[in-house]
Design a protein around this ligand. Structure first.
Ligand code: FAD
Length: 329
């Protein structure tokens, strides 16, 4: 067996992404079950200064690759550097995030390290010293358990916002070791990234999502959902029907060909609940559906269903929440 569980940290714009703490927490649970330590590989620009803080989630040692060329994820720059650092760790398992970058990196690492990859997992267990990972298959219609052949290195990417974070141990710091890797002679570089500066909550990191479908009837009616989202502190999502109609940007699409989200609360408004939509939000912790058709398939997935015209119900609900919030403040 390898000497540690190795997680790959995701560092962007001067900070670790929240999913890194989820991955570290999961890594710690698995490392404890295997009776080995938890290490991390952290690549990025300026990551060396922040790496020790991963100790708060149980990471003992961080191998750091700090280079200005790693400011943004670029496979050509990241993959060889991270693969070398992971190999130095001699891991029993590698865990990373199933974010957009994490999925790309995980697949390329698996090829380089001749490892077996289970992508977008929602659970990892360790039974009798063997790792098993649960992942959605057939667009989320069912789940399968992956096991690895004797001697094969497991690489597991974890779906964001599913694994529980450990309570941070504020006084713990990880040992940091800088790895010297040359990230020169790249054939491509990221010249700029158009960040959404509207202050909107990113869908994949949102705790609450209010999502609208074809039942919204037109782009102007999304003001109802924006209003509700503002009161709830939520992000606004959309079905593909709404995106294909040009009512919402593709970045808002939830589903098989959109984003996979796992908020604590998902409110589906005027969305029928097609299998491709459920593939993107079916593992939300709590689902509320608002639809005027009592037979809509979304109700079979919802914890609470409201059979109502959304144009009457949504403003009334928003108003009630607003009143409740102001009476509490
Ligand atoms: C390969 C492939 C990939 C796909 N990927 C995705 C994906 O990523 N995401 C996705 O969402 N879809 C995806 N789809 C499309 C999917 O199959 C559905 O067509 C789509 O999800 C339907 O969107 P909808 O629920 O908004 O629209 P509809 O199915 O038309 O449902 C609209 C709902 O609104 C309700 N409604 C109407 N008026 C009101 C009202 N006044 N008050 C309350 N309720 C009302 C209706 O009762 C109905 O249930 C994909 C399809 C394919 C083939």
């Amino acid at each position: 067996m390898g000497k540690c569980v190795c997680i790959i940290a995701e560092f962007r714009h001067g900070a670790f992404r929240r999913v890194t703490y989820e991955v570290a927490s999961e890594g710690k649970r698995i490392a404890d079950a295997l009776g080995i330590g938890l290490w991390a590989v952290a690549a990025g620009s300026g990551v060396a200064e922040k790496a020790a803080e991963l100790g708060r989630y149980g990471v003992e040692k961080v191998l750091v690759i700090d280079d200005p060329a790693l400011e943004n994820y670029l496979a050509e720059a990241y993959v060889p550097a991270v693969a070398d650092a992971v190999a130095k760790c001699d891991p029993a398992a590698v865990i990373l995030s199933a974010s957009v970058d994490g999925k790309d990196l995980g697949a390329r690492l698996a090829a380089r390290l001749k490892a077996g990859l289970a992508q977008d997992c929602t659970q990892i267990v360790c039974e009798n010293g063997k790792i098993k990972a649960k992942r959605p298959i057939f667009a989320g219609k069912c789940f399968g358990w992956c096991e690895w052949a004797e001697g094969a290195l497991p690489i597991v990417s974890c779906r964001p916002n599913v694994m529980d974070c450990l309570a941070p141990m504020e006084d713990k710091k990880a040992e940091v070791e800088k790895v010297q890797v040359s990230v020169a002679d790249l054939r491509s570089k990221v010249k700029s990234i158009d960040l959404d500066t509207s202050g909107k909550v990113e869908l994949t990191e949102a705790e609450i999502i209010v999502s609208g479908g074809r039942g919204m009837k037109g782009p102007e009616n999304y003001a109802l959902l924006e209003d509700m989202a503002k009161v709830l502190g939520a992000a606004v999502g959309a079905s593909r029907a709404a995106v294909d109609s040009g009512w919402r940007p593709h970045a808002d699409q939830v589903g098989q060909t959109g984003k996979v989200v796992n908020p604590n609360l998902y409110i589906a408004v005027g969305i029928s609940g097609a299998i491709q939509h459920l593939a993107g939000m079916g593992s939300s912790k709590f689902i509320v559906a608002i639809n005027k058709d009592a037979e809509a398939p979304i109700f079979s997935k919802a914890d609470y269903g409201v059979v109502e015209d959304l144009f009457t119900f949504v403003p009334a609900l928003t108003e009630e929440v607003r009143k409740l919030k102001s009476s509490c403040s």
